[in-house]
Ligand binder design. Structure first.
Ligand code: GAL
Length: 910
């Protein structure tokens, strides 16, 4: 029987009570609303309980060190002479992830000297801000403008720096007596240190990893307990926007002292076919109690219904029962195997479906259940073939991938499941089937989404090792933390079927250090292999060459920009810097047994809806103030031919990949625009690299990739817009993107020529069109048959605002969001793509405006603002329902001289 989610409230409680696996729906159009957080809240009250403690925190931040403590000394803290270093109390938190007992850290027997007021019970935090998690303290801005600011363009010009304190009270119930209670933090940016009831518990410096702390020894039974968490975010610590604070979910997990370890299960598959598969299961059990105990381990396997995401009730397999004798304090693992018949395999759509299973492991002691633990997984085969590329279940799957940073645009780094899901939905529509998690572990829920939606993932952990990229980067903690960080990352993520490969480095400086760099790569690779032998690993290279020692260490050859060549086209000749001829061929020759792919391609640049003249006749050109760039407006032309100095246009990348058919595909830099790294205009706030802008609007480039990645889609797309009152009589090139092989352009009914796509060209371009107002119409053909058409018209004046929402109803659960697009139309209902009217938003009913944006990297108006100019005729409003309140949320947009736009979104009680 399949449990159908007919009533979402009921399902929620059922899910929590019965530990049913519920995975967030990937479809925005699905009529069923589910809570973003159900998936990770689980389990029967008598065994394991995982409780969200996102709500009800107090928060305070100081730009300067406010308390004379720090994880470690650091150059920016050198003026604090009396600084107390707390590293000795934090390092033991890593012990479960350090293999050699000899290297385990011993907690100092005494507490630190400093009396940390903010962590103490009597301190009155009543004046501090009330907040709920996930929380990013910086995203509300304001943006720093100008020079000599604490946070510059690279890190997003938002106030990410400083020390943040978070405090929250909670009580434990009498029935919790004797249990182990863990605090689980999915990620805190950064140098998290945790106190309970004034005593230091531990912490985790790397801001992107998830970690847990055993808080049991510090609890005060049946009373108010005070959690205090300190987060320290140095400036110059990142090459992009890191966000600030407790930006992911936080949980309390209560378990019997004898329980399955954190991330303590691992399921791998072998002898896989549609007929059957063998599953190998490891379960790690720890006895933290004072008595020896004999534990029976029972694991049943269930299918997860593809549509509903719910566990099917009937089990389809079980593992043989195993027994473990655990002395007090002991940890042991069982390894067992079973076979599943009639397998439904996990694979990426559209040719395959992402079928999933869940293994529910129960521990029994004296015939009663003492722990229940769910492991979702998929059954699939992976092959990395040097000629055929990635094969999933024996089918070659070309990597049509993008790189994604962790921020969610106007919502900052604070994780939100619906926002992440929306990012993936827009990418899926593009034909994208793969994501590289650049360059750090994502929120765990994002991997649930990629599993469920069938994206292929390269999961990446580090942007640098010992060699620095920014003064306060990971190199400061590499020596102590590379092993625990790597092992924690792998154990957390290894059951996700969407992950096909690991990356333990991006463009690391060790590429330059010959044997020493290769030796460090080998150390990391070997650690990785101790945790997972089922997937290959790699580190991306923008510099290392086939004859250097570095690539020999890697299982896969992952090239950043080198494949198609760096500064290797006529328009790049005048540039300084390393010039690299195309590398696909030489790597393939040197490593004929290894798969080669592009882990970063393109790095092309554009601002949505901006077209600058003259247009380069080349297929790829670096942006300069003379061509493609407008320094004053901080805009890059969207003819989609312009790139960073080291980049290449999509057209150039496609050509290079097609000339080297063994290349397994690419991960474009980047899928979405992101906060920070606003190359080439560092006085702006966000990137120009995205195929999709920061607000989620499609740039013209979207259609260029779509024409390649969805060749069966009958689509044609013309650029630019056709509102050029100042260009009458001037040459105004027209380009069209389509999977068609022929296209004819008409301007006011007059043909501008029928073009055929030549080999290794990927767009139709009519570069000599002279502008006159009216109508551009493109008619395309494939194999001689009509394919798809597109029309662009000169519009009238902006007349009215028009609102559309991504969904008609949202849940009032405190997390769910509606994304409302605002368009400005002329009297005929045509989008006016040149309009930049100022618009004011208002809202009534049980909801609030969280943020607004328009996707312009140079718009320095803070995200929470309810007034924002349209950009390219568009803007975005993000709305959240008030928790627990059902009703109709009405959003109105108004602007001078414009008819108001209005929309109603339902809010459903959770
Ligand atoms: C690469 C780097 C990315 C990003 C990109 C665009 O070199 O790996 O993180 O910086 O360039 O600038």
């Amino acid at each position: 029987m399949i449990l159908r989610p007919t009533a979402c409230h009921f399902m929620h409680y059922l899910a929590v009570l019965l530990s049913i696996v519920l995975i967030p729906t990937p479809s925005a159009s699905s009529p069923t609303l589910k809570s973003p957080n159900i998936r990770r809240a689980s389990s029967s009250a008598s065994t394991r309980q995982r409780i969200s403690i996102n709500e009800g925190w107090r928060f305070w931040r100081s730009e300067q060190n406010p308390d004379n403590i720090a994880y470690d000394t650091r150059s920016d803290l050198s003026s604090h002479e009396s600084l107390e270093v707390l590293k000795p109390w934090i390092l033991p938190s890593a012990n479960d992830f350090i293999a050699s007992p000899a290297k385990h850290h011993v907690r100092p027997s005494d507490p630190p000297h400093t009396n940390v007021t903010y962590a103490s019970l009597p301190f009155d935090d009543g004046e501090w801000e009330r907040i709920d998690l996930p929380h990013d303290w910086a995203v509300q801005g304001p943006f720093y403008r100008g020079d000599n600011v604490p946070v510059t363009g690279g890190m997003g010009r938002l106030p990410v720096h400083g020390v943040g304190w978070y405090r929250r009270r909670f009580s434990v119930r009498p029935e919790d007596a004797g249990k182990k209670i863990y605090l689980e933090i999915d990620g805190a940016m950064s140098y998290a240190m945790v106190w309970l009831n004034g005593e230091i518990v531990g912490g985790w410096p790397f801001g992107y990893n998830s970690f847990q702390l055993d808080i049991t020894p510090y609890l005060i039974a049946e009373d108010d307990n005070l959690l205090a968490i300190r987060v320290d975010n140095p400036t110059q610590s990142s090459r992009w926007y890191p966000g600030g604070g407790m930006y992911r979910n936080v949980w309390l997990t209560k378990v019997n002292p004898t329980h399955i370890s954190q991330w303590g299960t691992f399921i791998t598959t072998r002898e896989v076919s549609a007929g059957s598969a063998t599953l190998d299961l490891t379960v790690r059990v720890e006895n933290k109690g004072e008595e020896n105990c004999e534990v029976e381990v029972v694991t049943n396997v269930y299918e997860i219904d593809l549509d509903s995401g719910l566990k099917v009730e009937e089990k389809i397999a079980e593992f043989p029962r195993s027994t473990l004798d655990l002395e007090a304090g002991q940890t042991k693992s069982i390894n067992t195997s079973t076979t599943v018949q009639n397998c439904l395999l996990w694979g990426p759509p559209p040719s395959q479906q992402p079928h999933m299973y869940v293994a529910i492991t129960r521990l029994f002691c004296n015939n009663s259940t003492i722990d229940t633990y769910s492991t979702t997984f998929g059954i699939r085969t992976l092959e990395f073939h040097p000629m055929d590329g990635l094969l999933i279940n024996n089918e070659p799957i070309r990597l049509q991938g993008v790189n994604q940073h962790h921020d969610l645009g106007a919502l900052g780094a604070a994780f939100n499941l619906r926002a992440a899901q929306r990012q993936l939905e827009i990418l899926r529509d593009l034909g994208c089937n793969a994501i590289r998690m650049a360059h750090n572990p994502p929120a765990p829920e994002l991997l649930d989404l990629t599993d469920r939606m069938g994206f292929v993932v390269v999961d990446e952990i580090f942007d640098n090792w010992e060699r620095e990229k920014t003064p306060n980067g990971f190199q400061l903690i590499f020596a102590d933390w590379h092993e625990p960080d790597l092992r924690a990352f792998l154990r957390r993520d290894r059951n996700h079927p969407s992950i096909v490969a690991w990356s333990y480095g991006n463009e690391v400086g060790e590429q330059y250090t010959d044997e020493a760099g290769a030796a460090l790569a080998r150390t990391l690779r070997d650690l990785l292999r101790e945790e997972d032998t089922t997937r290959p690993s790699t580190a991306s290279m923008n510099y290392a060459k086939p004859d250097m020692p570095f690539p020999a260490v890697l299982d896969l050859i992952s090239l950043n920009y080198q494949g198609e060549g760096i500064r290797d086209a006529p328009a790049y000749e005048h540039l300084e810097g390393i010039k690299t001829p195309p590398q696909y061929g030489v790597f393939h020759e040197a490593f004929p047994e290894k798969l080669v792919f592009s882990s970063e391609s393109a790095a092309s640049l554009s601002t949505r809806g901006t077209y600058l003249f003259p247009v380069t006749p080349e297929i790829s050109s670096p942006v300069t103030d003379e061509t493609g760039g407008d320094e004053r407006g901080r805009r890059v032309s969207a003819y989609e031919l312009y790139t960073s100095d080291f980049g290449a246009s999509p057209d150039k990348v496609f050509g290079s990949q097609d000339r080297h058919p063994f290349v397994a595909g690419e991960f474009v830099w980047s899928g979405w625009d992101y906060l920070g790294e606003p190359t080439p205009y560092y006085s702006a706030r966000s990137s120009y690299f995205g195929i999709i802008d920061l607000a989620g609007f499609k740039k013209d480039r979207y259609y260029l990739y779509q024409s390649r990645w969805r060749p069966d889609l009958k689509m044609a797309h013309i650029l630019p817009h056709w509102n050029w009152p100042d260009r009458v009589g001037e040459v105004t090139p027209v380009h069209a993107f389509s999977a068609a092989d022929e296209a004819e352009l008409f301007l006011n009914g007059v043909s501008k020529g029928r073009l055929q796509k030549e080999e290794f060209t990927y767009r139709f371009r009519w570069d000599e069109v002279t502008y006159e107002p009216g109508e551009l119409h493109v008619v395309t053909y494939k194999d001689g048959e009509p394919w798809a058409n597109d029309t662009v018209r000169t519009t009238g004046e902006a007349a009215k605002l028009h609102l559309t929402a991504d969904r008609t109803a949202i849940l009032a659960d405190g997390y769910d969001l509606a994304f409302i697009a605002v368009e400005v139309l002329d009297g005929e209902g045509e989008l006016v793509r040149t309009a930049d009217n100022a618009v004011t938003f208002s809202i009534s009913g049980p909801g609030g405006i969280v943020a607004t944006d328009n996707g312009d990297p140079a718009d320095m108006v803070a995200f929470p603002s309810k007034e924002r100019k349209l950009f390219g005729g568009l803007s975005l409003v993000i709305v959240k329902a008030r928790k627990g309140e059902a009703g109709e949320i009405k959003v109105t947009a108004s602007g001078d001289g414009l008819e108001d736009g209005e929309i109603t979104v339902g809010s459903q009680r959770y």
